[in-house]
Design a protein around this ligand. Structure first.
Ligand SMILES: [Zn+2]
Length: 288
């Protein structure tokens, strides 16, 4: 990478001189890189224009889940949810990112009870007592916004309700770790600690990811791990935090359809997801 002079326009496209824009941050990152610490490359740092586009896509994903929350209940089939998501998405000039993604056949993922993620909507009606995750990613004007929520169907057991609550807390505890010069490992560590306090486990085979210009970008965001490890966070990185929290083992298996992933022991699992942006002093939840 060619070295910019202090008075050159910054590489980020802000139009501001490098010395008044990203120069200090770059110098700090270079020092960390020399210590062997992984640093983000510039493609992971979004421009203000990109942030605005991603934020709009995120807000549409949130609105879609708001619609789902109004209509979901016992007897609804997951394929009905998929249709609502598709219709609302295209009605707003957007496109559902999962549809035809690597051959995936639907517009959303609906993961019921022991399904960890990537459940494919079908004719199955939701039953009283089910817990279900609905995962929505919207492409609006070329930008991606990714979000998922849990829904309790009718009267749910106290055990299932507790798992869903702790999974929500895990997501927010992870989000609280997001600020400049914290590390990705800080997110995973805090999530796993909270899950463990409740004797739950954290799925390791799937995690959060960079998002915005593509569906899945670097970095990978683990939901377990070691404090002060992994990549350094800097402002305008955008990624998801989406812990999958299990009642039993953290181990998972993927079924013959190549998508549906379930807990290896058949026990319950729960997941919540937000897309977040690192700000100059903390975090902004773009899907809030
Ligand atoms: Zn800059």
């Amino acid at each position: 990478m060619s070295k910019l002079s202090r008075n050159d326009a910054c590489w980020c496209g802000s139009g501001i001189k490098y010395k008044k824009c990203h120069m200090d941050q770059d110098e700090r990152l270079e020092t960390l890189a020399l210590q062997g610490i992984p640093i983000p490359d510039r493609t992971m740092i979004k421009t203000e224009e990109q942030i605005q586009g991603i934020a709009a896509a995120c807000q549409l994903s949130k609105k879609i889940l708001d619609i789902v929350s109004e209509k979901i209940g016992p007897g609804v089939r997951t394929i009905d949810i998929d249709q609502w998501v598709y219709d609302y998405t295209v009605m707003h000039g957007a496109y559902p990112a999962p549809l035809n993604y690597r051959g995936y056949p639907r517009s959303t993922c609906t993961s019921i009870n022991e399904v960890v993620c990537h459940g494919i909507p079908d004719e199955t009606p939701l039953l009283e007592g089910d817990i279900v995750n609905v995962d929505v990613t919207t492409i609006l004007d070329g930008y991606y916004g990714d979000m998922s929520r849990m829904f309790l169907i009718g009267d749910v057991s106290p055990e299932a309700r507790h798992l869903v609550k702790v999974a929500w807390e895990c997501m927010h505890i992870g989000i609280e770790q997001v600020k400049p010069f914290n590390r990705i490992g800080d997110i995973g560590y805090s999530i796993e600690q909270h899950a463990r306090r409740h004797n739950y486990s954290t799925v390791q085979d799937f995690g959060g990811h960079g998002v915005g210009l593509e569906f899945h970008e670097d970095p990978f965001v683990q939901h377990f791990g070691v404090r002060e490890s992994g990549m350094v966070l800097v402002p305008n990185m955008v990624f998801t935090i989406e812990p999958m929290i299990n009642q039993g083992t953290h181990r998972v298996k993927t079924l013959a359809d190549g998508w549906t992933t379930v807990t290896a022991d058949g026990k319950l699992t729960a997941q919540w997801e937000h897309t977040v942006r690192v700000t100059n002093n903390g975090v902004e939840i773009l899907t809030a």
